[in-house]
Design a binder for this molecule. Structure first.
Ligand code: HEM
Length: 442
């Protein structure tokens, strides 16, 4: 990949101190830093962090322009490549234009309504089991526990591997691979997080390569088996190497994001007991021990609350691209090879789009509420790279929350922590310790 453009001096913004730029300020508090830039420089600005100059976009109109990319001048591969490329090469988000369209068309077949329905029974059974174990223990540190539970669910739903030693081994490799994604030292020094991540990737590749032949032609309903057998409308299929790359990327795209969204919603509910009570009453009114996609229609408040948490604390804070050629952006001109980041919270906190934007208010998503702009709510992105797992994520999150709200009264174990780490995804610094008391549905 050729070097980034550096001639951005004509844009509003600042480079920060020599060499380090604004990296330290960003690492200390990305949310505050993004707000400072938006207040000081407006809806488009330049910044310099981690040795790179980046153009930040904090405005729905410009976010839509970036995500729709009508002129095909914004590369997702070049935008995300330096962050994700070495660990997750050739994942769907690391492909562009015609090549991306081809892969997305084939993969779409694993995300149809029918496919989603086939995942439901496993998601439901595993959520019930996981929540039941936490309630029996009476307490849980939510963030690490939900990450483990989601990985266990993924072993069954995505990989088609029953819980047991093999699933545990695979999950350990995935954890090592995810951890490398956030490693500060990106050199294969033996024993380092990065080195362990690359080793885990090699092990996962070998596992997938060995498993593909038996999955081709098989009839399982897990995502891996589907991906081995899906084809586009004109019969195009994935090669073995493509399946391996897509599966590894899907696991990373699915995992931390959903854990973060669930932690955010619980954290907001702990501060909004009226909403927690409304959601528990809604779950009781549904009153089934096992639920599927159709039942979720009867949980509209839960859907609203989840959307509001995704607005206030979006798991993917930045949507990153790089220009392939010079192009206009709003009233400005961007050079070729210019990194661009849509700052999702910048849109979600825009007072012109959302009244009292920092307040948790799920009624914003009540039926009949008009959206101020098509791109006012973009936790799943938009355009060609819109999250392919969006419906799966909303399905999984609501099934899990239904079981939690129905089985337990959830309280904070001690004073509610206020600190969140924002990168790679927002997560509560104290892990969100909870006390869970069994409840008998009213
Ligand atoms: C709450 C959970 C999730 C959130 C907030 C989320 C968010 C996003 C966002 C913002 C993008 C677009 C990035 C861009 O345009 O650069 C994206 C892409 C993607 N997501 Fe998700 N995601 C979630 C869950 C999932 C799940 C469960 C899966 C898989 C089952 C998944 C798979 C993907 C894939 C494969 C892409 C790349 C799509 C493409 O490039 O065409 N995501 N996600």
């Amino acid at each position: 990949m050729r070097d980034d453009a550096t001639d951005l001096g004509h844009l509003p913004g600042e480079d920060g101190p020599p060499i380090i730029g604004n990296t330290l300020r960003f690492l200390r508090d990305p949310a505050a830093e993004d707000r400072r830039f938006r207040a000081q420089y407006g809806r488009l600005f330049r910044n310099r962090t981690f040795g790179r100059r980046v153009v930040g976009v904090a405005d729905a109109e410009l976010a839509e322009q970036v995500m729709l990319d009508r002129g095909q001048v914004l590369s997702s591969r070049d935008g995300w490549g330096h962050l994700l490329g070495p660990l997750f090469p050739r994942g769907l988000m690391l492909r562009d234009f015609a090549d991306h369209r081809r892969h997305r068309q084939i993969m779409q077949a694993a995300f149809t309504r029918q496919a989603l329905q086939s995942y439901c029974a496993d998601l439901d059974a595993q959520s019930r089991r996981g929540v039941g174990a936490w309630v029996a223990a009476g307490q849980v540190t939510f963030y690490p526990a939900i990450k483990s539970l989601l990985l266990e669910m993924a072993a069954v739903t995505f990989l088609g591997v029953p819980l047991g030693d093999e699933a545990t081994r695979l999950n350990r490799w995935f954890i090592e691979l995810f951890a490398a994604g956030a490693a500060a030292l990106r050199a294969p020094v033996p024993g380092s997080t990065w080195w362990r991540g690359l080793r885990a990737r090699r092990r996962l590749v070998a596992w997938f390569e060995a498993a593909i032949p038996e999955r081709r032609g098989a009839t399982g309903t897990d995502l891996f088996t589907l991906l081995c057998n899906v084809s586009s409308e004109d019969g195009d299929r994935f090669t073995d190497d493509e399946i391996v790359d897509h599966m590894i990327f899907l696991m990373v795209a699915a995992h931390d994001t959903t854990a973060s969204a669930l932690a955010s919603l619980l954290w907001y509910l702990l501060q909004a007991p009226d909403w927690a009570a409304r959601l528990a009453a809604e779950a009781d009114a549904l009153g089934a021990d096992a639920i599927d996609e159709a039942d979720l229609e009867r949980l509209p408040l839960l859907d609203q609350a989840l959307r509001e948490a995704l607005r206030l604390n979006p798991p993917v804070r930045y949507i990153v691209r790089r220009t392939v050629e010079a192009c206009p952006m709003g009233e400005h001109a961007l050079p070729a090879r210019c990194p661009v980041a849509v700052i999702v919270p910048g849109v979600h906190e825009d007072e012109a789009l959302w009244a009292d934007p920092l307040r948790f208010d799920p009624d914003r998503f009540a039926p009949g509420q008009a959206r101020a702009h098509k791109a006012a709510w973009i936790p799943f992105g938009g355009g060609a790279h819109t999250c392919i797992g969006m419906r799966f994520a909303l399905l999984q999150a609501r099934i899990f929350l239904y079981h939690l709200l129905r089985q337990a009264t959830v309280e904070s174990a001690g004073p509610l922590g206020q600190r969140w780490r924002q990168v790679p995804v927002p997560m509560p610094v104290d892990g969100l310790p909870l006390r869970l008391t069994p409840r008998s549905p009213s």
